[in-house]
Design a protein. Structure first.
Length: 57
């Protein structure tokens, strides 16, 4: 569980920091949108994990 979360958090941090460093540029806007998508994917993956894992669920 922690591995899943940490991998997603690394990606979110990278995308968000890139968007902040290059604010106003088209690639930064794309990175910000991708960060939101990754957050949704993380929530979906963790939900799936809780539903299927006998130790966590």
């Amino acid at each position: 569980m922690s591995r899943i979360k940490s991998d997603f958090e690394k990606d979110i941090c990278f995308l968000t920091s890139y968007a902040e460093r290059n604010a106003g540029t088209p690639p930064a806007k794309t990175s910000a949108k991708q960060a939101i998508t990754v957050k949704h994917n993380m929530a979906r993956a963790m939900s799936r994990h809780f539903a299927r894992c006998s130790e966590c669920g």
